[in-house]
Design a protein around this ligand. Structure first.
Ligand code: F6P
Length: 328
């Protein structure tokens, strides 16, 4: 390891996700392992601009591997989108003697890191932290596995009441503009239909599918819909539309919202966070910069930040086919 880097800053940015604390812990402890200092930066880039820093030693991250959220808080910073904001941030890093940065967040956070590096040549590494799983270059983003398990647990509960009252439930899940949570949790929870932005089912096909479900003897149904779906009606308008066209259905709506962002991270997310944190710090120590650490197969890899930002993750067509067959 070439140790030109002597002090690493770590921050969390954008929508929080389970596993961020485990990643912070991994960054702090890897720094301690290599006898370099680590500085926690509160509230993402806004805290960098305000100099909201805290020295972090290995004991400062005790008992957080299993905690949702982020002890460093997170924020979206409009000021960091300005050259003046980034200049203040850079001055604070220099004053604090920080010479490398680990950014835990989504593609918006990585865009900020990329611009910051291009302006100041400041070494940065990205760790993909978002429940959406919509970042190119990794098969799993931190928090995605935990969010999936949260969603199927809730849908299992909804199915209890749906079957007791012979009802159809529309369940809206997060994902901003990606359907990964909806598709995978929908399959896992045995949803009769899954509506995702990547595949516009269309209103007529939805009605046909619901008619077939009823005709096949299904007394209750669950339709999982991604919040970014493009069917043209929101989940409440869909309820009205189905009730108007299929009066035999008694329809209800559940919008899961921010509960999907919380909870104790799954073992998968804790282990992934630990692996990514080690790789991010050791890559900086090797003199690397401008990469996102990620998972490819079962190996930890590096993707240029520019690619992680500019490309997007495709929906798995085979998984789409599985979901269609499972709703027979
Ligand atoms: O990007 C993660 C995410 O949870 C999205 O799934 C969701 O659309 C968005 O953040 C919500 O943002 P906020 O927390 O600002 O309401």
């Amino acid at each position: 390891m070439s140790k030109t880097i002597k002090k690493i800053g770590v921050l969390t940015s954008g929508g929080d996700s389970p596993g961020m604390n485990a990643a912070i812990r991994a960054v702090v402890r890897t720094c301690a392992y290599h006898h370099i200092e680590c500085i926690g930066i509160y509230r993402g880039y806004q805290g960098m601009i305000e100099g909201d820093f805290k020295e972090m030693g290995p004991r400062s991250v005790n008992n957080i591997v299993n905690k949702g959220g982020t002890i460093l808080k997170s924020a979206r910073s409009k000021e960091f989108m300005t050259p003046e904001g980034r200049k203040k941030a850079h001055q604070n890093l220099i004053t604090a003697g920080i010479d490398g940065l680990v950014v835990i967040g989504g593609d918006g956070s990585f865009t900020g890191a990329e611009v910051f590096n291009s302006e100041y040549g400041f070494p940065v590494m990205g760790i993909p932290g978002t429940i959406d799983n919509d970042i190119y270059g990794t098969s799993f983003t931190l928090g995605y596995d935990t969010a999936l398990n949260t969603v199927i647990e809730v849908i299992d509960k909804i199915r209890d009441t749906a079957s007791s009252h012979n009802r159809l439930f529309f369940v809206e899940v997060m994902g901003r503009d990606a359907g990964h949570i909806a598709l995978n949790a929908g399959i896992g929870a045995g949803a009769e239909e899954i509506l995702i932005p990547e595949e516009n089912l269309g209103l007529e096909r939805l009605l046909d599918s619901l008619k077939k479900s009823k005709a096949s003897g299904k007394s209750s149904s669950i339709v999982v819909i991604a919040e970014g779906d493009k069917i043209g009606k929101n989940v409440f308008e869909l309820k009205d539309y189905v009730e108007a066209n299929l009066p035999e259905y008694d329809v209800r709506v559940s919008v899961l919202g921010h509960m999907q962002r919380g909870g104790s991270p799954s073992c998968f997310d804790r282990v992934l966070a630990s692996r990514l944190g080690v790789k991010a710090v050791e890559s900086l120590l090797e003199g690397k910069s401008n990469y996102m650490v990620g998972l490819s197969g079962d190996k930890i890899n590096l993707t240029p930040l520019e690619h992680a930002i500019k490309n997007h993750t495709e929906i798995d067509r085979e998984l789409l086919r599985v979901s269609e067959i499972m709703s027979t």
